[in-house]
Ligand binder design. Structure first.
Ligand code: EPU
Length: 416
């Protein structure tokens, strides 16, 4: 199993390109199930999760071919099967994104229930409630969701909470439903907007994505598209924190600044300088980090997917900061590892109270989820001595060769 070794203390300097967005690519791949034709997608990141969604689509009989480095051809002219098995879904919860498209296209979907994961229980009740409102008959059998409908029909659906993949699943299902669907309290994440744009290019009629009310007029069929996926705002944010932590000076190319406002506001409060610079974004960490409080929220609030990385920054800030996690009930698993590196953090319920320290010390650490792993790599960049991060497969699910990118910026980091 791969591990990452980091000798802390190097300033990051240079240019680096942000990869395509994982959480935009996954629903877009699932959306192909709705199309009778060939789709070509560019700027797809090279990630374990992309391999997994490709396998799920292939299990359904969809043709998925990587044609160039970051380009995929997906042909769903035929979708002969409708079952997404436990073996795949258990390795990636986002596999549930095939549920809506399958029932809309084929009238039947059998998808393993994803179960909980390290960061929380992560139910899918809202995905199921929405499909039922559209006329699907849903049964849970032997750990699988079975959904059936001759043809889905438009419905007025109010989500209790603005779930991202739930909004995406229902928006995709509604594109082929008979009549109009209204999704209220919908998620407003850039990845939802991106999916709506791709679906509209495919021939769907969606309005309001990016606001809390999305209106979808069902159509008879969708066709293939050629599309370049947006850059990954969480990878960009992780690299910004890396620059701030190491008092670095880096330029991010292909950086989706306009999707990162809440994070950038907080990074600036912490003393990290972020400015547009020609074809990219310059990030400079000049001063001792200042403490600032953060509360995770659905978009456009501060993203939960940046909470662990920001906590490393606050661990080295001057003063006390409070980080409140409101999205997932167990997303502080990185804290015990940061404590082993010398951070001073106390947890009270969904709140972490962080007293900044002068330095962290390298240690062997491991994490049990993607963003937590990224936070440990960041901590290793500034810790005194050597940090060894194990279970790197979590990192590889969602970051395209993060270790190589950091090495190119001057970090003393290697994979063994
Ligand atoms: N929720 C429900 N019922 C549902 C669905 C969600 O109660 O049916 C609750 C969840 O328990 C949670 C909240 O709603 O408390 C928000 O969860 P959401 O459904 O929005 O999360 P998700 O769609 O499963 C996506 C991202 C996550 C990201 C969250 C929040 C993808 C593939 N995943 O997950 O990304 O953390 O939104 O922004 O888009 C990651 O990339 O590391 C990652 C975990």
């Amino acid at each position: 199993m791969d591990r990452i070794l980091i000798q802390g203390g190097e300033r990051l300097i240079g240019e680096v390109e942000v990869s395509g967005s994982k959480n935009a690519s996954l629903p877009i791949f699932a959306a192909c199930i709705l199309t009778e034709g060939e789709n070509l997608f560019h700027n797809i990141p090279k990630l374990k999760d992309i391999e997994t969604i490709s396998k799920v689509l292939k299990t359904l009989g969809v043709k998925v071919d990587p044609v160039e480095d970051h380009t995929y051809r997906i042909d769903a002219t035929e979708v002969p099967y409708c079952e997404a098995p436990y073996e795949l879904v258990k390795t990636m919860r986002a596999s549930i994104l095939v549920l809506g498209p399958l029932v809309a296209r084929k009238g039947e979907a059998i998808v393993s229930l994803p179960g909980g994961c390290a960061i929380g229980a992560r139910p899918i009740n809202l995905h199921l409630m929405g499909l039922e409102a559209m006329g699907a008959r849903i049964e849970l059998k032997k750990g699988y969701v079975e959904a059936k409908a001759d043809r889905l029909r438009g419905a007025d659906i109010a989500l209790d909470t603005p779930t991202v993949t739930g909004t995406e699943n229902l928006m995709m299902a509604a594109t082929l439903a008979k009549g109009r669907t209204i999704l209220r309290n919908a998620a407003m994440e850039p990845e939802v907007v991106e999916l709506a744009q791709v679906l509209n290019k495919m021939g769907a009629k969606i309005e309001g994505a990016g606001t809390s009310t999305i209106v979808i007029e069902g159509v008879e069929g969708l066709g293939g598209v050629n599309h370049t996926v947006i850059p990954d705002r969480i990878e960009a944010g992780t690299l910004m924190v890396a620059a701030g932590l190491t008092r670095g000076n880096i330029k991010l190319l292909n950086c989706p600044l306009h999707h990162m406002e809440a994070l950038i506001y907080k990074l600036r409060e912490a003393g990290v300088e972020i400015e547009s610079d020609g074809d990219g974004v310059r990030v400079v960490g000049n001063t001792r980090i200042r403490s600032t409080d953060v509360k995770t929220q659905p978009y456009p609030g501060f993203p939960t997917d940046m909470q662990a990385q920001f906590m490393v920054l606050m661990s080295l800030a001057r003063g006390l900061s409070v980080i409140t996690e409101t999205i997932f009930e167990n997303r502080f698993i990185h804290v015990s590892e940061l404590l082993r590196m010398g951070a001073n953090i106390r947890i009270k319920g969904n709140t972490a109270i962080i007293q900044g320290v002068d330095h962290l010390s390298g240690a062997p650490v491991m994490a049990t989820d993607l963003r937590a792993s990224a936070s440990l790599v960041l901590a290793g960049l500034v810790a005194e001595g050597v940090t060894e991060v194990s279970r790197v497969y979590h990192l590889d699910r969602g970051y395209e060769r993060l270790d190589e990118k950091l090495a190119r910026l001057g970090a003393n980091i290697k994979r063994i």
